[in-house]
Design a protein around this ligand. Structure first.
Ligand SMILES: *Cc1c(COP(=O)(O)O)cnc(C)c1O
Length: 488
């Protein structure tokens, strides 16, 4: 079925015409995804056609075994690598990437802890039965109600983001006769991008306490002293604060080890300064999340054990140079656990082919394949220019690959799900398409734009699919309306 396809001048350089557009690159699909004997896609032995028939489309399909295996590989990889050096490592699943009762339980059952970033996420993790001592609460602007909920639940750590928040929390916990377990979020001046990172001394962003000395004593700070150092002084003096350690998170979808290593080095340097100034060795260091995954074949993610080994080498160097006892390490992977475990099934509706102007001045054809979802179930292409790929999921095809663009059904020309992909030219109404690596930042970012109802989420394990989030209905949407013509 090898059909030679001429390259298109419209195709980006990274996207060569495939010899077989039905092939599955194992990098971007969950471990349980394969083509069945009839050519259709199957997840853990359940066919895409059967899933679509039973649950409808668009449908987010989570390969539960894949999610669990990735969670385990982070926990085992990091804990064993850091055992001798730092007494081990804790892995917090970044709930914000894909938080449901089920996914929180899968993470906890595999020995992970759970990070939350709002009162709502905290409530989901608690309802899932996650041990409160194993929950972290993040946020640059937590509400009073969120802080109260965290203290009442007895969460293991509140990650404090600013001097303002620390001062408030110290007084708030004291007033309630409670002690808040606190990690301070530092901005180490390292910004990781997908293929490089920039290191700066100063910080111009909403998150975190800068390590750079303030030029003035503003916001309750001290001129010539970093906000991070000011926060440590306040935290150590407050009886209502238990200062556990420090945290940093340098970005997302990061493939290189350098950024994590440099951030660790800077933050460990800060811990050494704290020890010199206060005689206190803080016991915990959280190095955040952001580990990259393969959305398309160009991305080259590394296995968890390799990420751990590279980081451990940098941490070892830094603690030896600084003469520090290594604090216990934690990390917060989100997408690296949930992302590759998910795929979205769509049904194809309208197709059309247009003449498009290529960057080289020529004209070439582009096929538009419209599906029954769009930017409301996956806003990442619109928000971040994120690239995805797709395959024909209900069958295979011998037709030639055509440079295609998968678009949604919203009233926006920017409503693109897959900007560039080679799909068989006979993809047509009624076919199923599958988009891989949609387990993270899709369900949790979904909207009701154009009053579309949000898709169901099913978990597949050992040949069985079960709904973990039911499909939204129009009734659900109408339920929030307060109708002045029909006061109830
Ligand atoms: C978003 C976030 C994460 C997870 O990022 P991923 O890219 O999903 O790994 C971890 N920690 C913090 C503080 C975050 O904001």
């Amino acid at each position: 079925m090898t059909t030679p396809t001429p390259a298109s001048p419209l195709a980006p350089a990274w996207l060569p015409a495939p010899t077989d557009p039905d092939a599955l690159d194992p990098k971007v699909w969950s471990a349980g995804t394969a083509r069945a004997d009839d050519g259709g896609l199957a997840v853990q032995g359940v066919s895409a056609a059967a899933l679509a028939a039973e649950f409808g489309t668009p449908l987010l399909v989570m390969d539960e075994d894949d999610f669990r295996a990735r969670a385990r590989s982070f926990r085992e990889g990091f804990d064993s690598t850091f055992r001798d050096l730092c007494g081990g490592a804790d892995v917090y699943f970044a709930g914000k990437s894909m938080l449901t009762l089920s996914t929180a339980r899968w993470a906890a059952e595999e020995g992970l802890r759970v990070d939350t970033a709002s009162g709502g996420e905290l409530a989901v993790a608690l309802r899932a039965g996650v041990d409160p001592a194993h929950i972290g609460l993040h946020g640059n602007n937590k509400s009073v109600a969120e802080l109260a909920a965290a203290l009442d639940a007895g969460v293991g750590r509140i990650i404090v983001d600013s001097v303002d928040e620390l001062v408030f929390l110290a007084a708030f916990a004291a007033e309630r006769g409670q002690v808040a377990p606190v990690m301070l979020r530092l901005t180490p001046g390292v910004h990781a991008h997908t293929h490089d990172f920039i290191a700066t001394a100063h910080e111009d962003q909403k998150f975190g306490l800068s390590l750079a000395p303030s030029s003035e004593g503003r916001d309750g700070g001290i001129a010539g002293v970093s906000p991070a150092a000011v926060a440590v002084r306040i935290a150590l003096q407050a009886d209502s604060i238990e200062l556990l350690g420090v945290h940093c998170h340098i970005g997302s979808q990061i493939f290189e080890a350098d950024g994590f290593g440099l951030a660790a080095e800077r933050v460990l340097g800060f811990l050494a300064e704290v020890e010199a100034e206060h005689g206190v060795a803080l016991p915990e260091l959280d190095l955040g999340g952001g580990h990259g995954i393969a959305y398309t074949s160009v991305d080259e993610p590394r296995p968890a054990a390799e990420i751990a080994a590279a980081l451990a080498a940098d941490v070892r160097k830094a603690v030896e140079r600084l003469g520090l006892t290594c604090p216990r390490i934690s990390i917060e992977p989100g997408r690296a656990i949930s992302g590759p475990a998910g795929l979205t099934l769509y049904t194809v509706g309208v197709t059309k082919t247009v003449d498009a102007d290529a960057p080289d001045g020529s004209t070439a054809s582009r096929r538009y394949v419209a599906v029954d979802g769009g930017m409301s179930d996956n806003p990442r292409p619109v928000l971040y220019d994120a690239d995805y790929t797709a395959v024909l999921a209900s069958r295979t095809s011998d037709a030639a690959p055509a440079l295609s663009r998968v678009v949604g059904k919203h009233c926006e020309s920017g409503d693109i799900l897959v900007r560039d992909v080679w799909l068989p030219v006979d993809v047509t109404r009624g076919d199923l398409l599958a988009v891989p690596a949609t387990g993270a930042y899709t369900h949790v970012m979904a909207s009701n734009y154009n009053a579309l109802t949000r898709p169901a989420v099913v978990a597949v394990r050992e040949g069985e699919a079960r709904v973990i989030i039911r499909r939204e209905t129009v009734e659900d949407l109408l339920r929030r309306e307060v109708d002045p013509q029909n006061p109830s």
